[in-house]
Design a protein. Structure first.
Length: 625
């Protein structure tokens, strides 16, 4: 395989098999020849817009064929693609564009509402690109040039951009050959947000090796039934999953029921620790035909560092996760506090060296110097990344992940700094102090915010959720907000996290009446909550999050509402009114908006379709009785 750039690898595939399918979605197919042509035509337009080596270009598109074309076009033009997820808040999208100093944004008919950045915008039109003449080569691009920049959570309240080079990317793509997953016969799917670095592995491994990439729309990836249907329909051979998403597949049962219809050879885990309980659950329903692989990695080390073919061998400690041995292009070191190698069986901090170590953080020289340090065990000038993860090297050389040495957490596979959430919370005038912790008890881990209110003010949880949703992705919004008179401190004046009250001991709102569902819509919502939360009786004023709900279950609620009530409710509406009554009101509003959001007739039409009970409840809510 050519050791050049992303553009080089795709060009090789297109030259060998131009008529082979490269990427598809539910309705469309694009061949390698068409992909190369469309990306080349867009690259010409990008260069005309001023894109050159090291120019950052924002790619603002939903998961789609257009997304793949845009990212490849930026690489062909010599630029650096900065993926932006349209599901992220506009404020955060605009903040990323500004911090990355993007010179252009490639979009797919989407508007960045809050962006005031004066940069060139290019809309992707595949029909138009197909009619353009073949592009001329931009010339050779050195592998040390940046290929993409992905943002991760930052403790200051602002995310930080990780700059990854073509050499980094080509190295990890090449590593897939060691597992037999790379080749023209393989079918992968893009299951994760392109703002999450797992997507780099999902997109480019199949395409750089001549395989097929299937785009998974967000509603499909959130529905176990729909996702398994897609896997069967397109003959997917390798599925990448975070353990959180896989547990949802297990709970639904679709994957287990339809094993014999699948072509899956492997399920690859990444993004967060794979616990032994999840492995055992799968073993009880699996026929053994699908192999499991656990891969550990970090955005700063280009997606993956180690791998382990999952066996029935449990980790030494119940709280550990086996992550295996380093990939051929990577090196790992477990070092003690004096930076000496830990003895076999000893614990320490995991340092990572090798070809995957990224360039560093964009415009953060001090942070780059602190985390990307010289590697004394390699050739002069080599660096290693100080991960902050605790690990153990077993006697057989296999690594076990033991957790963090700092406060960083993983939520739905995405790394978060609780300090970032805390910093945004205290920006609200009603919050004097905030501490955000990751609670790992229960069926799924969740974020909990402990707050001290500004004197004379007590902001409700709905207001704080709305404040955070304007700045953070939904998965980063805490499930619970707990008001305290003061945060507990250690004798040294630091936050005493062990002294924070557990959620179970926080008093519920005893003033909220326990009212049974009154309308068909409320009854349907309560039934769905009961199914997902395993709570037999739910009142219309019960809070979804206080009952144990979180963002992963929230998406399941919205999918079931769409199936049973034919209504789509925005995630923001759920966060702002997380009760049965609030969600029922949002459903009424959503139905009216579908009819015609601009006219009174549209709203009246929606009201006319309600039952007498629903109409009475809606009129009471609007105060028009």
């Amino acid at each position: 395989m050519n050791r050049g750039t992303l553009a080089d690898l795709i060009a090789e595939r297109a030259a060998v098999r131009p008529q082979a399918t490269a990427v598809r979605d539910a309705e469309r197919v694009m061949t390698y020849g068409a992909l190369q042509h469309a990306a080349g035509a867009l690259a010409v337009r990008l260069r005309a817009a001023g894109v050159c080596a090291e120019s950052r270009v924002a790619v603002y598109a939903p998961p789609s064929i257009e997304l793949v074309v845009a990212c490849l076009a930026v690489a062909m033009a010599g630029g650096v693609y900065v993926p932006l997820d349209p599901e992220y808040p506009p404020h955060r999208v605009a903040q990323t564009i500004a911090d990355a100093e993007c010179v252009a944004v490639v979009h797919f008919g989407l508007v960045i509402d809050e962006s005031t950045v004066a940069i060139r915008a290019l809309r992707i039109d595949l029909t138009q690109l197909a009619a353009d003449p073949p592009a001329t080569s931009v010339g050779p691009i050195d592998g040390s040039r940046a290929a993409y920049m992905i943002y991760t959570s930052g403790s200051t309240g602002r995310p930080k951009g990780v700059v990854v080079t073509h050499a980094n990317l080509v190295a990890v793509v090449g590593a897939a050959r060691n597992f037999g997953w790379a080749g023209p016969e393989q079918v992968w799917c893009l299951c994760h947000s392109h703002a999450f670095d797992f997507s780099v592995w999902e997109m480019w491994v199949p395409l750089c090796h001549g395989g097929e990439l299937v785009i998974v729309a967000p509603p499909t990836r959130r529905s176990p039934v729909a996702l398994v249907d897609l896997l069967v329909r397109f003959g997917v051979t390798v599925l990448n999953q975070t353990p959180s998403a896989f547990r949802a597949l297990l709970a639904d049962g679709s994957l287990a029921r339809r094993q014999r219809e699948l072509r899956l050879s492997h399920i690859v885990f990444g993004g967060e620790a794979l616990d032994d309980t999840t492995i055992r659950r799968w073993r009880t329903v699996s026929d053994g035909a699908i192999g499991l692989v656990n891969m550990y990695g970090i955005t700063e080390t280009t997606v993956h560092v180690t791998s382990w073919m999952v066996t029935d061998q449990p980790p030494l400690s119940p709280s550990a996760s086996i992550i295996g041995r380093p990939l051929p292009h990577m090196r790992t070191y477990v070092l003690d506090e004096s930076l000496a190698a830990a003895i076999p069986g000893g614990e320490g901090e995991l340092f990572v060296g090798g070809e995957g170590v990224a360039r560093g953080y964009h415009r953060r020289p001090a942070l780059t110097a602190a985390r990307f340090v010289p590697d004394p065990w390699s050739r002069p000038g080599s660096r290693m990344y100080r991960s902050g993860d605790r690990a153990r090297v077993r006697e057989d050389g296999v690594l076990e992940f033991l957790g963090r040495s700092d406060d960083q957490v993983k939520v739905r596979g995405v790394r978060l700094e609780p300090a970032e959430i805390e910093a945004i919370l205290v920006e609200h005038r009603g919050v004097a102090q905030a501490a955000v912790v990751h609670v790992t008890g229960g069926t799924e881990p969740m974020l909990v915010a402990y707050l001290v209110a500004t004197p004379g003010m007590t902001p409700p949880a709905t207001v704080l959720r709305r404040h955070l949703l304007e700045r953070l992705p939904a998965f980063a919004v805490p499930s619970h907000f707990v008001l305290l008179d003061a945060l507990p401190l250690t004798p040294s004046g630091k936050l005493d996290r062990l002294a924070l009250p557990p959620i179970e001991s926080v008093p519920r709102d005893v003033e909220a009446p326990c009212v049974q569902p009154r309308t068909d819509t409320e009854r349907t919502i309560a039934t769905i909550w009961s199914e997902l939360l395993n709570v037999p009786t739910i009142g219309v004023y019960d809070n979804f999050f206080e009952l144990g709900g979180h963002s992963l279950l929230m998406t399941q609620v919205m999918l079931r509402l769409r199936e049973r009530l034919d209504v789509h409710i925005k995630m923001e509406s759920f966060f702002q009114a997380p009760t049965v009554a609030g969600l029922a009101a949002a459903a009424v509003t959503a139905k009216a908006a579908v009819a015609d959001p601009e006219t009174l007739d549209g709203i009246l039409t929606a009201l006319d379709e309600m039952s007498d009970e629903e109409l009475e409840a809606e009129l009471a809510r609007r105060g028009t009785q």
